[in-house]
Design a protein around this ligand. Sequence first.
Ligand code: 8X3
Length: 250
Amino acid sequence: MNKTAFITGASSGIGLATAQAFAALNINLILCGRRKDRLEEIQKELSKKVKVITLNFDVRNNQEVTHAIHSLPEEWKTIDILINNAGNAHGLSAIQDGAIEDWDAMIDGNVKGLLYVSKVVIPNMIKRQSGHIVNISSIAGKETYANGAVYCASKKAVEAISQGMRLDLTQHGIKVTNIAPGAVDTEFSLVRFKGDLEKAKKVYEGFHPLQAKDIADVIVYAVTAPAHVTIADLLIYPSAQAAPTTIYRK
Ligand code: 8X3
C-alpha cells in the first residue's frame, strides 16, 4: 500500500502495534510521541520495511503539535491515515476525590490533544478529498463506570468528535472510524495507577485480556476496507468481558 500513516502515542501499546501492523502492509509511518528514545528504537526496527519519520511532541501542547507537524519535510506532508491513539487514564477515584491534575491531563490529552492534531492534519485531507481518521475511544466512551467519571467523559467526547467528524468530513471523501476497546493489556493501567505494578497487573488477572495487536488487527481491517465501505464504530471486548466492570475471571 503506497500510503502514509500518522500515529500518535506510537511508542507503546496500541500505537506501536498499529505501527508494526502498518509496516507489514508497506504503509509509511510518521510516528509521534513523547518518548524520543523509544520512538527512535522503533524507527530503527521498522525502517527495514518502510519509510519512517518520528515527531517528538506532547499532544497537550498545541504549539508543539502545530510546529512539529508543520515542520514535516515536503515528501511527508501527504497524510492518508491519521490514527488518533494518544490518550491515557489518570487515577481511578470517586468524583469527590478526583485530583485536578488528573482531570486536566485526561481532558487535555484525550480530548484537546486529539483536536489539536486533527486540526493540523485535516485541511490537507480536504484539499485532496481523501483520507481516513481513526479515533481510539474506549468502552468508557459508551458506558460510564464508578470512579471513572472524568476518564469516561473524555472518551465520550472522543465518541462525539468521531460522529461530528464523520458528519463534517464524509462530503470531503474522508472516512472516520471510531474504535472502542474494552480491557487491553498495555501500559494503560500502569499509567492509571501511577506506576503501581501490582495494582495494574490485577486488572488483567484471571482472564485473557485483549492484546494491543488485537486492536491493531481491527484497525488494519478498517483501513484496508474497500473504498465504498466505512467501518464507522466498533466496540471490542476480550471474550471474558461483558461490560466495563463485568469480567469473568477464573
Ligand atoms: C480502557 C478500558 O474499561 O479500563 O479504556 O476504561 S476501561
